[in-house]
Design a protein around this ligand. Structure first.
Ligand code: HH2
Length: 271
């Protein structure tokens, strides 16, 4: 649990250099626009910027490695002297090139790249996903979502720590092969993951709820049958970020940096 006045959760700003991300797709595909948005998030107080060149939204198709590299490497080179940069990828070659370009964290929704992080002496985020982005929301199923998801990321984290990764965060993967009920169960049980992550020698828990569809479904007016649009999910994003902070999350991955930094500052100075 965070101690008021002693430390605060860190805010990771999302920077998708893609045409098709579910929230900011197409807005920062152009390198100068992406760099400008990264710097804007730094000015708003982001502690980290998460650069991605391939969408992992439900139904997304993989992009070729060269395309992903062309999207992310110039942006990482420009931003990494100014802020800690993570690379959001599932491709080992992209992760390795991003670390050479100045990134220092591998944010890995495939939970398979810890060896790349170890080789680069970089941090690593172990994320839970059931299936792949192309199919994951078709029919998510768990016998016990909390123990299966937490057990999976903690196993991966222990393996990575034993393999020499200096800093490991675990992430329950909100929206990655999860129903609304699954997402809520995971959020409500976060304090257990926070405690277990500390026991496993992790740097903490990372949570990404920002603008995700379940927020639009939960907040939709009764009987509307439609989720709130992506641009109407800031309140839900902030509410769930606050819930995660109170549960002891170490990092919030968000699109709306300024408001989340304001909320995180209620905890006192950054760790
Ligand atoms: N969510 C997304 C992408 N990367 N990484 C972590 N660690 N945790 C998350 O919850 C997470 C993530 C999906 O959001 P976004 O990047 O906004 O969209 P897209 O995948 O369409 O680019």
């Amino acid at each position: 649990m965070h101690r008021p006045g002693i430390d605060r959760p860190l805010v990771m700003g999302v920077l998708n250099v893609t045409p098709d991300s579910f929230s900011d797709g197409g807005r920062y595909l152009d390198t100068p626009a992406a760099i400008a948005h990264g710097l804007e998030m730094v000015a708003e107080g982001a502690d980290m910027v998460d650069v991605g060149g391939e969408s992992s939204r439900p139904g997304a198709e993989p992009v070729p490695e060269e395309v992903e590299l062309e999207r992310v490497i110039p942006v990482i080179k420009a931003l990494s002297p100014r802020v800690r940069v993570s690379i959001d990828t599932v491709k080992p070659a992209v992760a390795a090139a991003a670390l050479r370009a100045g990134a220092s964290v591998v944010n890995d929704v495939s939970s398979s790249l810890w060896e790349v992080a170890a080789a680069g002496n970089a941090g690593w985020v172990a994320v839970h996903m059931q299936g792949t982005p192309a199919t994951m929301q078709a029919a998510p199923h768990y016998d016990d979502v909390v123990s299966e998801v937490f057990g999976f990321v903690l196993d991966r984290a222990r393996q990575a720590r034993a393999g020499g990764v200096p800093q490991v965060w675990v992430d329950p993967g909100i929206g990655f092969g999860k129903t609304v009920a699954h997402n809520l169960s995971l959020l409500h049980h976060l304090p257990e993951l926070v405690a277990a992550a500390a026991d496993a020698g992790c740097a903490g828990v990372l949570v990404g709820t920002s603008r995700k569809r379940f927020l639009g479904l939960l907040a939709a007016p009764p009987g509307s049958g439609e989720p709130l649009g992506v641009d109407e999910r800031m309140e839900g994003s902030l509410a769930t970020a606050a819930l995660a902070m109170v549960a002891g999350a170490a990092v919030l991955r968000v699109h709306d940096v300024a408001v989340t930094v304001q909320a995180a500052r209620l905890y006192g100075p950054a760790a």
